[in-house]
Design a protein. Structure first.
Length: 344
């Protein structure tokens, strides 16, 4: 294979290629790159060609962290290659280009959150190229997906009995409503309940600025929706959903313990699924779930909630790091300690 690398500067070329890719998430989209730029991050949109034929692409983001700088590929690269040797050559070409960029940008390491399915073959490819498992992940390595091409009745029938019951119970609550609030005001309302969730579940939240800029990056193309659960005039649950290339993603969720006996989140997710169907989506992605069945995992309850809607697990290759400087190991041990403290 004689491979060439070019930066892709046309949205149509980028998005049309992704339309043909089986494995992808909205983190690969053109608008996610625009979102990263709005955060002040430098990006590269790399295309790898064989005789002018585009084989794959990768969104590369330069991250400036307290412990150093690194290049990051979120849920990528995206490629249309199945053969192991061709895949290896493609990734070796990409690696060489990333090393050049990293050197020019004075980065300590390269991190990739692969969108490739977790198989022995795919894991071996990264090992051959010198990558090692990262101490933590940034984006989900294990997700839960539901085929929503079926009728609403069939989707409901495929749910866990308890989930179906709680949706119907919520529908009978006259003082409960799910409303769409697609505005910066809606983001602020979501953020209030989001911060309450953070205090209860002890996770590191995204900032209000982050949520606002994510919303603005997808808003103009009607690719994002804020749903809020209102009970007795109070917002007690919320979700931010992204709709892209016939796929729907439950990216952010929040809930209050007040009125905990009212199954608002169940109705909110059901309304989101119905909205995704209306937009022509074929798959509803519930985003990350716990890697084990352990009830001690911090995400155990959330995972049980998501799986109750029916669907199947999808697992990707683990997040990979390519150390470039000794300074990387400081970052490695700090992140490993953080993972141990968080118990995942």
């Amino acid at each position: 294979m004689n491979l060439d690398i070019k930066e892709i500067n046309h949205k149509e070329i980028w998005e049309n290629f992704l339309l043909e890719c089986k494995e992808k998430t909205f983190l690969d989209s053109w608008n996610w790159g625009e979102f990263q730029k709005s955060l002040g991050n430098k990006i590269w949109r790399i295309g790898i060609f064989e005789n002018e034929n585009l084989l794959g692409l990768a969104l590369v983001v330069k991250i400036k962290a307290k412990r150093g700088k690194f290049l990051f590929i979120p849920h990528g690269p995206n490629l249309k290659i199945e053969d192991k040797e061709k895949k290896l050559e493609f990734l070796r070409t990409l690696k060489d280009e990333l090393e050049k960029i990293a050197k020019n940008e004075d980065c300590d390491f390269i991190r990739i959150s692969p969108i490739l399915k977790k198989t022995k073959e795919n894991e071996e490819i990264f090992s051959i190229l010198g990558f090692k498992n990262a101490p933590i992940f940034i984006h989900p390595e294990i997700t839960w997906e539901l085929n929503i091409e079926k009728s609403e009745e069939d989707i409901l029938a495929g749910m866990r009995k308890t989930t179906r019951y709680l949706i119907k119970k919520a529908q009978k609550e006259k003082l409960l409503s799910i409303k769409e609030e697609n505005s910066l005001g809606g983001i602020s309302l979501f953020n209030k309940i989001y911060l309450e969730t953070k205090e209860r579940q002890h996770f590191v939240p995204f900032s209000l600025e982050y949520l606002q800029k994510e919303f603005l990056a997808f808003k103009d193309e009607d690719q994002i929706s804020i749903l809020l659960g209102n009970y007795k005039g109070e917002i007690i649950a919320g979700g931010i959903f992204v709709f892209w290339q016939n796929l729907a993603f439950y990216h952010h969720g929040a809930s209050s313990q007040k009125y905990s006996k009212i199954p608002t989140s169940y109705l909110l997710l059901w309304e989101a699924i119905k909205k995704a169907k209306q937009k022509g989506c074929k798959v509803f992605n519930f985003w990350g779930i716990a890697p084990t069945d352990s009830q001690k995992h911090p995400w155990a309850g959330l995972t049980l909630f998501k799986m109750g809607f029916g669907g199947e697990k999808k697992e990707y290759v683990k997040t990979k790091d390519l150390p470039l400087k000794k300074k990387y190991w400081i970052n490695y041990f700090v992140e490993a300690l953080r993972k141990w403290k968080r118990r995942y």
